[in-house]
Design a protein around this ligand. Structure first.
Ligand code: GLU
Length: 373
């Protein structure tokens, strides 16, 4: 259950709701210190952690001085005042554990458009590799109604998907899913674990506009987030964050709902790539590169012999042997024009050839799927 899911996970996205992070317009420093200790514990166990924290609007509205913001521009201005306060509070909490926080503000396009997604993912991977703790929020100040995630449950699920996390923990003020709204139905039963989600579970969460579940999202947004995570092979824990040490509480078996994924992040990514990628061109590779790919390597410029078609960076491309045989598909980190210039060259020469420092691989191994031999 929650205990096992936590010990098995290697990359975890933790999402905290505004009511946990802020009390009125003040950060809840004691709770944040305890959360930081819990996350430091996960990292000491060798896990990678990404934190998605709400609270910018809540913390900033005191400065804006107009009560609870209703108009979009008031929320956006409040977030602009609040985000630095949020980061400062988190920086202080994590400094005790010598963990550096790295603020990352995302907009919807960063996870929905392939090109931007490649950038955002590489940046977050770089922060993790440098030992940092990515702290993510929506870029509320510029995101408008039509182009917002709107709630951080969904943002966190998209991040989990983009980063191939294996566990998403949604901390709020509910301890999981019930068969009915427990405040209205005394017969409602708590559900401790589920193998995936279906329509019947979504129906249990009730009307998206009802207050069920509290927080900005409510239970339905948590389940929708869990669905996104599940499709990416990532399990979700819907858990009560009101414990002083919310993650330690889960490790000790605190009540929560675990939604298991029916696939792994690697298999989900392959299935997604295979079904979504319609090649806009082809990259030709030599036999050595084909062998390296089959052993799980990325495609480096040195193994490329040529390129077919016109495409931009981030395009889906077929991978072909010189004889024409299609061996896979992937997402290209370079445009066709640039690939033509760096084909057959060493990765360290790319900068001199193109005038900018591109990615080491033409197609990263996480962005390609090989056809069965
Ligand atoms: N991005 C919003 C904030 O930081 C929170 C969105 C949500 O509550 O889900 O205030």
């Amino acid at each position: 259950m929650s205990t096992e899911a936590l010990s098995a996970a290697r990359r975890i996205v933790v999402k905290t709701g505004s009511s946990l992070v802020a009390d009125g317009s003040a950060p809840r420093t004691g709770w944040l210190a305890a959360l930081a200790a819990d996350i430091a514990g996960l990292r000491a166990d060798g896990k990678e952690v990404i934190l998605v924290s709400s609270g910018a609007v809540a913390l900033g509205r005191g400065t804006l001085g107009r009560g609870k913001p209703k108009r979009l521009e008031d929320k956006q201005a409040a977030a602009a005042f609040g985000q630095p306060l949020l980061i400062r509070a988190l920086e202080t909490a994590f400094a005790t554990h010598e963990i550096r926080v790295a603020q990352s503000l995302l907009t919807l396009e960063d996870t929905e458009q392939r090109r931007r997604w490649l950038n955002a993912r590489t940046t977050l991977e770089t922060i993790l590799a440098a030992g940092g703790l990515p702290v993510i929020n929506e870029n509320d100040t510029v995101a408008t109604d039509e182009i917002r995630y709107g709630d951080n449950d969904r943002l966190a699920a998209r991040v989990a998907q983009m980063m191939s996390a294996d566990l998403l923990i949604l901390l709020s003020d509910v301890d999981g899913l019930y068969t009915a709204d427990p405040r209205k139905d005394s017969g409602a039963c708590h559900i401790a674990e589920l193998d995936g989600l279906d329509e019947a579970h979504l129906a249990m969460a009730g009307d998206p506009n009802s207050e069920a579940g509290v927080g900005s999202g409510g239970m339905i947004t948590k389940l929708m987030a869990a669905q996104i995570a599940e499709s990416a092979g990532c399990a979700t824990l819907i858990a009560d964050g009101r414990y002083e040490h919310p993650i330690a509480a889960l490790q000790e078996g605190a009540r929560s709902t675990l939604i298991r994924a029916r696939t792994t992040p690697a298999r989900a990514r392959e299935a997604w790539l295979a079904s979504h990628l319609k090649p806009e061109g082809h990259v030709l590779v030599d036999a050595g590169a084909a062998r390296a790919l089959s052993e799980g390597a990325s495609l480096l410029p040195v193994g490329v012999t040529g390129v077919d078609g016109e495409f931009d960076r981030g395009a889906a491309v077929g991978i072909r042997l010189a004889g024409g045989e299609l061996i896979g598909v992937g997402v290209s980190a370079y445009s066709a024009r640039d690939i033509a210039k760096i084909a057959g060259k060493q990765s360290e020469d790319v900068e001199a050839l193109l005038g900018f420092r591109g990615r080491p691989a033409v197609i990263h191994r996480n962005d390609l799927v090989l056809r069965p031999a």
